[in-house]
Design a protein around this ligand. Structure first.
Ligand SMILES: [Zn+2]
Length: 337
């Protein structure tokens, strides 16, 4: 199995300007209250990674309960809203409107250059590496508009389909079929070569339905690209409930490496690549500790990350990438024939 390390430089503030991000978090707390806590039904679930019911620790964030799976370390919200309530939240909540209209637009260029374009280069190169005849590409439930343009531009596939009730996408875009429906009504059967899930495992309530649908639409040997945040990554392990970007529904599930592997095996997928090329773990810990007086870092982490040299921080981030210990994952899985 492949594992890739990437050395790139940008920082979190390039993607999430502090003041606007604070507004987003504040609005998220209010939107969760009005969309999920007062107006929708919440249902209990087991670990989305391994299916275990055993929980080792819990904490609350904005009125919803995070559970840490005792078996695989996946962090997940339960009880949780259903997928159609989450779609409504992404389309209509003031928090997500702010995200679309202010936050992502002001950071569009950095996002395109530093995240989206490299991801498409990865998808295209890996597709050509793993498949001989790639015709049909399907992207599912992306909540970021910036991807749509990149999908439109991609020259590697003959046919491209967007399954997406989350965004209101202009249906006149050429070369794209747009399916504006929830996953439960999708009936694609075995004619798809490549699927992408950009941070989709993170905000999907019924994870087993998602993987059943991906499996059903892919032909045997077809591949699926996943990007996601990991609970087993360094910054989440250190900051835990004080992680600033940990809240529903963007982070309804935060899988561990073990949790993801369990999910793939359960749905009969083989893992071709599992990399954690994140570059923000160390910076996130340093910045959060600087802002939040309630964060107490272990002495070693404090010495190395807050008081240490840049070169040590950089070397430690590279160590995290190499050993699958960063909190950003990129994964390729293949449907077994
Ligand atoms: Zn688990």
């Amino acid at each position: 199995m492949k594992s890739v390390v990437i050395f790139d430089r940008y920082n979190g503030v390039d993607l999430k300007p502090a003041e606007m991000f604070n507004d987003y978090v504040k609005l998220t707390a209010e939107s969760i209250q009005s969309f999920f806590l007062t107006n929708s039904e919440l249902n209990k679930c087991t670990c989305p990674g391994c299916g275990s019911q055993q929980v080792s620790t819990t904490f609350e964030k904005f009125g919803l309960k995070y559970n840490e799976c005792e078996n695989c370390g996946t962090l997940y919200i339960s009880p949780r809203p259903a997928d159609n309530d989450i779609v409504r939240y992404y389309r209509e909540s003031p928090a997500r409107i702010l995200w679309r209209e202010r936050l992502t637009r002001s950071t569009d260029k950095t996002r395109k250059n530093k995240i989206v374009n490299p991801r498409f280069a990865w998808i295209e190169d890996s597709t050509l590496e793993y498949l001989d005849n790639q015709k049909h590409y399907v992207d599912i439930n992306t909540d970021q508009e910036v991807y749509i343009e990149a999908i439109e531009k991609s020259q590697v596939f003959d046919r491209k389909t967007l399954i997406n009730p989350f965004l209101q996408i202009n249906s006149e875009k050429k070369d794209l079929s747009i399916v504006d429906k929830g996953l439960d009504s999708i009936e694609l059967e075995g004619d798809v070569d490549v699927v992408s899930l950009f941070e989709v495992c993170d905000h999907t309530s019924d994870i087993n339905l998602l993987f059943q649908k991906v499996s059903q639409m892919l032909q045997p040997g077809g591949i699926c690209f996943i990007t996601s945040i990991l609970a087993s990554g360094f910054d989440f392990q250190v900051l835990w409930d004080k992680s600033e970007n940990l809240f529903a529904p963007d982070r309804l599930n935060v899988f561990s490496v073990k949790g993801f592997r369990n999910l793939f095996t359960r749905h009969n997928f083989e893992c071709l690549e599992f990399s954690t090329p994140g570059i923000l773990d160390v910076e996130n810990v340093k910045a959060t500790a600087g802002r939040n007086p309630d964060v107490t870092l272990p002495k070693f982490v404090q010495n190395m990350i807050v008081d240490g040299d840049d070169s040590v921080r950089q070397a430690f981030q590279e160590f995290l990438q190499t050993n699958l210990l960063s909190s950003y994952a990129r994964i390729v899985i293949r449907k077994n024939g």
